[in-house]
Design a protein. Structure first.
Length: 289
């Protein structure tokens, strides 16, 4: 029960932090420079161009409408994971907009587009990493997916570009181009944030001295090792491969240790985006030899 409460608190905290970043970014970089953007904020900017209402109020109305649509179509579980963002983002946006001179951080559209895209990617990434949703037009994409079975990623891009298209009538060419740059930057940063802090290096070693390599990796590097049964492709002889995952900083030591044991060892090295489980996200258990 206590662990569930801690997990729930951590999720809510991450969602709130992500929405603070999103609200700051929109207020400081997107709105002052008139850069077009997708999502519920983009819908709010479009409506706000024709209806003299605060952006936070319009976004709240859009989020509520989409939330009701999603809750009715996708069920209670979806509603719970989207509830916080639906109400938190407009509320935080309303507060951030009152910060004096927040929109005067830069008058350079290129800087605004790059910083805006990067911070949007960070904000969305923090929320998605904990399994929550930013709500907004993502809900529309999920609803369409349920009935059309088109991949969600394709529908999200389609909805975003439709929202961007709605802003073309009152945006100049540069605002459109910078809006596309912001979207691309956001996507790149989002993909990176999703695996940030969890990447490792994987080594797979084929050598006749596999047992000696295994012992040295465990003893000298304190690394976890998995032995894999393999068959030689040419002679069809049975052997074992050594699979080892180490932090980036230990890669050089691992290569030196392996090549010092068997200079002819066959080694492949891969970048692993995320590693979870005992020894990484869970405390390692040590057993007596």
């Amino acid at each position: 029960m206590e662990n569930d409460l801690k997990k729930a608190a951590g999720t809510v905290g991450a969602v709130l932090a992500g929405n603070v970043v999103l609200a700051f970014t929109v207020t400081a970089f997107i709105v002052p420079q008139g850069i077009i953007m997708g999502g519920a904020t983009g819908v709010g900017l479009t409506i706000g161009h024709y209806v003299p209402l605060p952006l936070s109020v319009i976004v709240l109305a859009v989020n509520l409408a989409l939330f009701v649509l999603g809750a009715g179509t996708l069920g209670k579980k979806f509603a719970l994971t989207t509830l916080v963002s639906t109400f938190a983002y407009p509320a935080i946006l309303s507060v951030v907009q009152r910060i004096p001179a927040i929109g005067a951080l830069t008058d350079n559209r290129m800087l605004a587009a790059l910083y805006g895209g990067a911070l949007l990617g960070i904000g969305v990434g923090v929320i998605v990493r904990v399994g929550a949703s930013t709500g907004g037009t993502d809900i529309l994409a999920l609803v369409l997916h349920k009935y059309t079975h088109i991949p969600v990623a394709v529908l999200i891009y389609g909805v975003d570009f439709a929202v961007l298209g709605c802003q073309l009538s009152f945006s100049d060419t540069e605002q459109v181009l910078y809006g596309i740059l912001t979207l691309v930057t956001e996507t790149l940063v989002l993909n990176r944030v999703m695996v940030m802090g969890a990447s490792q290096m994987q080594l797979f070693v084929i050598s006749e001295a596999y047992e000696e390599i295994r012992q040295k990796l465990i003893g000298s590097l304190d690394a976890g090792v998995t032995m894999v049964h393999i068959e030689n492709g040419y002679g069809k002889t049975q052997s074992r491969g050594v699979l080892c995952i180490v932090p980036d900083r230990k890669l050089f030591q691992a290569k030196e240790l392996i090549q010092g044991t068997d200079p002819g060892a066959f080694i492949t090295i891969s970048k692993i985006n995320e590693v979870r489980g005992r020894g990484f996200t869970l405390e390692r258990r040590y057993r007596k030899a």
